[in-house]
Design a protein. Structure first.
Length: 157
């Protein structure tokens, strides 16, 4: 595994297929730790041991999704393209700025905004359910006086 790890870490430049943009991408520490335990190559290879072309990989992926039990992930709504939006959401939830998200994904600010359009709503909804389940309120949250302060006037959206 060591020879492959040297290829993937330390950080390296990658070229986006769609835009041709070159990005310097550091490897997440947890991924590095995981890669160190792998036997063989971390890269997806054909049965002949050579790297897939994008078209070959797409065809192999489609066959696997159509012909094996792994295809259930597609039926459950998971797609490769969905990983783009998920990565933006995870970075945003971790506190990354739009510029930080752009620097590691190579996406434009407009595309990041598009992918994050529901992220804040999800975060707020999760927080609301946690409060309901645990009865917790943030320290700065005061119970509104429903008689004197209508709800919509005090809510910030």
């Amino acid at each position: 595994m060591g020879k492959y790890l040297k290829l993937a870490y330390p950080p390296r430049n990658v070229v986006q297929q769609k835009t041709g943009k070159e990005l310097w991408v550091p490897l997440h520490a947890a991924l590095k730790t995981s890669l160190e335990t792998w036997e063989g190559s971390p890269y997806v290879r054909t049965q002949k041991g050579v790297a897939y072309t994008p078209m070959q990989f797409r065809a192999a992926w489609t066959r696997m999704m159509n012909d094996t039990p792994a295809g259930r992930i597609r039926q459950e709504g998971f797609t490769f393209h969905g990983l783009r939006a998920s990565s933006c959401e995870k970075l945003y939830e971790a506190g990354c700025s739009g510029e930080e998200i752009s620097s590691i994904t190579g996406m434009s600010a407009a595309m990041i905004r598009r992918y994050l359009r529901f992220a804040n709503q999800k975060r707020l909804a999760r927080a609301a359910v946690r409060r309901l389940e645990g009865g917790e309120r943030p320290a700065n949250c005061q119970r509104p006086n429903w008689k004197t302060r209508p709800f919509l006037e005090t809510a910030s959206y």
